[in-house]
Write a protein that binds this ligand. Structure first.
Ligand code: FE2
Length: 403
């Protein structure tokens, strides 16, 4: 039986949860406490599989509690259940929270969230991924600058200017961000030379995704393998990121999901960098087999490595403490049908965006969907007919970029 701890300073909320979740009491052993301190005491008595905490509590707030839980009980799944909807609250919990849910809580959604978290922890514990990661002497850390930007955004009076200034202090990063902003892709008439203005132009969320992407790709830019180009992969990732936001917007997803789609798009293929660097020989074989045309990328990877770049990339995102939605979108970007959802989610959005980016790079951009697109999955979700519309939007975006 799973042990679940609920922490909320308002007894009324706890009563409500108790009532809502009654039907689960055969599956879950639930405890309810009214403060972070009590929560920690309860955890000392015996381990919990899952902690669900309110964000705003007097004394120790939810984010503080969960970072202590992360430190002391790293395997416990940590969820924030909060009435706050502001970005501030969301950012505040980056790194210590697996999932952020809004009040009032729907038991089905809570159940689903917990199931997903468990499935992901299983995936991230996959032996093949672990042994591969063990071969790497070091893994890219979550860049300091990314964390500083996140911290800056948490300030009540955060401004684009301040974030721009912060980035400006890192000359290497400034140059790279300007390169991205001035690439044809953002469609500027005149090149920008000032990173503060550039940040203001592309927006904070995009800036943040680029900071993270740039940092990871920079660590691997010296990889040389026949048939593999880090530069090409970076361009594919940037385009996927842009298109993931576009598809998410077109499908009417909320703004948080649109942002997550952008970040997941930037990072979806980072597993390839890790494999190319830390499992060079096997990855070289993968490239040879794929080039010969007799297998798919993931199939070759699974055969030679027992895992694939999607899982490895998800593992890295998990280590960084990115949210479950993002980790899952990376993990399932090649095979969104493998996650057991039947609604349009981030996994499918990133899958579609990556396929759109591949199609856009091919000689005949508006030809048939590329082989990597899982049409059967789109049919199952009832959105296969949206493909032409997404293609059109992609063509429009690229046209603007080219003009
Ligand atoms: Fe991929």
């Amino acid at each position: 039986m799973r042990r679940v701890l609920f922490v909320d300073d308002e007894p009324k909320v706890l009563d409500g949860l108790r009532r809502l979740l009654r039907s689960l009491r055969k599956e879950w052993q639930m405890e309810f406490v009214t403060s972070g301190a009590e929560g920690l005491q309860e955890m000392e008595k015996g381990p919990f599989d899952i902690v669900v905490a309110d964000m705003k509590m007097p004394g120790m707030d939810g984010a503080e509690l969960l970072s202590l839980v992360k430190e002391r009980y790293p395997d416990t799944i940590r969820i924030i259940l909060s009435a706050q909807t502001g970005k501030e609250a969301l950012l505040r919990s980056i790194g210590s929270t697996h999932q952020f849910l809004h009040k009032p809580c729907d038991p089905e959604q809570l159940k689903w969230t917990i199931r997903r978290a468990e499935r992901l922890r299983g995936l991230l514990g996959n032996q093949a991924v672990r042994s591969l990661i063990a071969r790497a002497d070091s893994l890219p850390a979550l860049p300091d600058l990314f964390q500083q930007v996140v911290a800056e955004l948490q300030k009540p009076n955060a401004s684009l200017r301040d974030v721009g200034k912060l980035i400006g202090q890192d000359p290497g990063m400034s140059t790279r961000i300007l390169q991205v902003v001035n690439s044809p892709f953002f469609g500027l008439r005149r090149p920008m030379t000032d990173v503060e203005r550039a940040t203001a132009y592309i927006g904070l969320d995009t800036t943040n995704a680029i900071v993270l992407g740039v940092s990871v790709f920079a660590e691997y830019e010296d990889i040389e393998l026949p048939g593999f180009s880090v530069r090409h992969l970076w361009e594919h990732s940037l385009l996927t990121s842009r298109l993931a936001r576009l598809v998410a917007e077109q499908e009417g997803m909320d703004s948080q999901l649109v942002e997550d789609a952008g970040l997941a798009g930037t990072l979806h293929d980072t597993g390839k960098l890790l494999l190319a660097n830390h499992a060079r020989d096997e990855f070289r074989q993968v490239l040879i087999r794929v080039a010969a045309g007799d297998t798919t990328f993931s199939a070759a990877e699974t055969e030679l490595l027992g895992t694939n770049h999607a899982e490895v990339g998800a593992y890295l995102a998990g280590r960084w403490g990115l949210s479950d939605g993002i980790i899952e979108a990376i993990a399932y970007h090649n095979h969104p049908g493998d996650s057991d959802t039947d609604t349009l989610d981030l996994n499918t959005v990133v899958h579609v965006a990556s396929a759109l980016a591949v199609a856009a790079g091919s000689a005949a951009p508006d030809a048939e969907p590329p082989d990597c697109l899982d049409m059967t999955h789109l049919q199952r979700l009832g959105i296969d007919e949206h493909w032409p519309r997404w293609c059109e939007a992609t063509a429009e975006l690229l046209e603007v970029a080219a003009s």
